[in-house]
Design a binder for this molecule. Structure first.
Ligand code: ATP
Length: 598
């Protein structure tokens, strides 16, 4: 990994001046803190006990030094506050930037990458992991500087104060360092596990919140509570293991620290008895030792926070370092290459999903002319939606090539490709916006007229106008305030208003009754003819379960277990393709009206 690509360095770099100022102010604060024991010692020894004045106290010296000490305390406080502001500024902006960068990266992920990380895992990385890294930054700026300054300058101050006390401290420091190292070494691998358990819990929460209606419908609350409970306990177990290890750190270090203080008092008492040092010096030494050992404890806590933060940093780095398999460097081609021979052309396309062995699509060769309407039919699981996913570059084909307007889709920028091809997916996602905003969602170039035209073609206008506020009616989360068919029609209107060159329906009229569906395809035909007359033909690919839907197309492609076993008009397929005949026969039993018409 290139050094500057490191998530910490890259996203902290813009705040380097504030970070440097924070470090400077923190050091100033600690230096002031460390200077106070010396002042205190001279107040006691010189001012109160009259050292150097034949044992005569000097109240004026006490007052003068006391005032100076108060000023120094104020200065230290000021540095602490200003330093804290700088630290928080850096940490918050850093966290904000990392979150934004990760989110941007996740939105550009191929479906393969989304499958790899899982939705729950991505949510954890965006929330918990960024929070951990943010904490690590603020701790690094605040704590590391403070603790190291306390440790280094405190030790130097103690050394210049008295060598005996320094020796006692030097014995305590390695013991505490050894204890901290063992604890960090033991807890470190558990932090990754901890985050993985949060991933799992988030995944279940996300699935259950999204599938709340199904859970209620099937009365499966108990089962899902149980599933959540198992994952939750698993997480709690891991947390407990980590926390139990970490909780040993402070008490053990406290034991060593108190032993060191007792030793200093003992050594100090012997030295004072022999007249080698004054009581004020012992007081100052004790303050220094507490500061040094506290610095060490603070450093230990920071190491533990760092262990967790670095785990999270690695998990974020994994997201930011992801190569872009699908969204490669395709150059943006000029729009409007509609004089091409084919709008879509697949040449010997093979595909299997990542991590799977079996091909979901095998040797598919298929072409669609500009302005043509092609239907794709086949049994459930035949690979119809997969074909569409490859066309949109949600996944890269394992082998073979897919061309759009005579150009390999890998040579398009994803933006350009998805501007040319608009898909109405099987599952309709609407947002908590007005109906109008849902229709024009993601479209920059629209007018009121084009919105209404799209809604009319999608057979949505009648029900929109019946809503309390027409086009300005708010849609509830996920479109739950609308029926399945209404949601599908809004999704179709959203696709049409973008004026794509290729419009793809992935089983997106399944919730429409046959009369509405027929009206939709009739109006879509009219729209396609107008587009043809304008010189911008509209190519349509319709994935369908129902033959009644497929029959609106000029040609029909039949998929069976990932293979293309027939392609032609309805009549041709009825003659040549046994599977098609079978599908027609099975559907005609339930939909008597379908076969005879046309
Ligand atoms: N993300 C995925 N990972 C692994 N396998 C998948 C994935 N998505 C689909 N499949 C598998 O690929 C095969 C084809 O699925 P696909 O969704 O393309 O079928 P389909 O013809 O559209 O089916 P349907 O009409 O039921 O929607 C199925 O066997 C399915 O289990």
């Amino acid at each position: 990994m290139v050094f500057r690509e490191d998530v910490m360095i890259r996203y902290l770099y813009p705040y380097r001046y504030q970070a440097s100022l924070a470090v400077f102010l923190m050091i100033a604060e600690v230096l002031v803190d460390l200077y106070q024991p010396r002042m205190m010692a001279s107040i006691v020894d010189e001012g109160i006990l009259g050292a150097g004045r034949g044992g005569v106290p000097d109240p004026e010296f006490v007052l003068r030094t006391g005032l100076a000490m108060a000023l120094v305390v104020l200065l230290g406080g000021g540095c602490g506050i200003a330093g804290g502001i700088c630290v928080n500024f850096c940490a918050q902006h850093f966290g904000n930037d990392v979150r934004k960068a990760c989110f941007r990266r996740i939105l550009s992920f191929s479906m393969e990458q989304v499958d790899f990380f899982h939705t729950g895992g991505l949510i954890t990385r965006m929330t918990s992991d960024t929070a951990q890294v943010q904490t690590m930054v603020s701790t690094a700026l605040r704590g590391v500087v403070r603790s190291l300054t306390f440790l280094c300058v405190g030790t130097a101050a103690l050394l210049t104060l008295d060598i005996h006390f320094s020796l006692v401290t030097m014995l305590a420091i390695p013991v505490i360092l050894l204890e901290v190292s063992v604890i960090v070494w033991k807890s470190n691998p558990l932090f990754r596990l901890w985050q993985q358990k949060i991933d799992g819990l988030n995944q279940i929460m996300q699935e259950d919140i999204r599938g709340a209606r199904v859970i209620k419908g099937y009365h499966q609350e108990k089962r899902e509570n149980l599933r959540f409970g198992v994952a939750n306990e698993d997480l709690a177990d891991t947390q407990l293991r980590v926390l139990m290890i970490i909780s040993c750190m402070l008490p053990l270090a406290n034991i060593v620290m108190n032993a060191a203080i007792a030793a200093v008092i003992y050594v100090g008492a012997l030295d004072a008895a022999s007249g080698r040092i004054m009581p004020g010096t012992i007081m100052a030494a004790l303050t220094y030792i507490v500061q040094i050992l506290n610095g060490l404890l603070m450093f230990a806590m920071i190491l533990q926070l760092f262990a967790r933060g670095l785990t999270s940093k690695r998990r974020l780095q994994e997201i930011l370092d992801q190569g872009n398999d699908v969204d490669g460097d395709g150059c943006a081609l000029p729009a409007g290459r509609n004089n091409a021979a084919y709008a879509v052309e697949l040449r010997h396309v093979f595909f299997h999903y990542p991590g799977q062995q079996e091909d979901v699509l095998s040797d598919i060769s298929l072409s669609v002319r500009p302005g043509e309407m092609l239907a794709v039919v086949g049994a459930t699981g035949a690979g119809k939606s997969t074909l569409i996913r490859l066309l949109l570059r949600f996944y890269p084909a394992t082998s073979g090539s897919i061309r759009v307007f005579d150009t390999d889709i890998r040579d398009y920028s994803v933006h350009e490709l998805r501007r040319k091809i608009t898909v109405v997916l099987q599952r309709t996602d609407l947002f908590s916006l007005t109906i109008r905003d849902n229709i024009v969602w993601g479209c920059d170039d629209f007018s009121e007229r084009s919105v209404r035209e799209a809604a009319r073609i999608a057979q949505a206008e009648a029900f929109i106008l019946r809503q309390p506020e027409g086009y300005d009616t708010m849609v509830s989360e996920g479109g739950m305030s609308l029926s399945g068919g209404q949601r599908q029609r809004l999704a179709i209107a959203r696709a049409i208003v973008r004026r794509p060159d290729i419009l793809v329906f992935d089983d997106s009229t399944s919730a429409l009754d046959m009369r509405t569906e027929a009206a939709l395809f009739r109006d879509l035909d009219g729209y396609a003819q107008r587009r043809q007359a304008e010189g911008h033909p509209l190519t349509r690919i319709v994935v369908a379960q129902r033959i009644a839907t497929a029959r609106h197309a000029e040609r029909i492609a039949v998929l069976d277990h990932g293979r293309l076993i027939g392609c032609g008009t309805h009549e041709e397929l009825l003659t040549d393709c046994p599977l098609y005949q079978e599908i027609c026969a099975s559907q005609s039993q339930t939909e008597e009206a379908v076969i005879p018409h046309g």
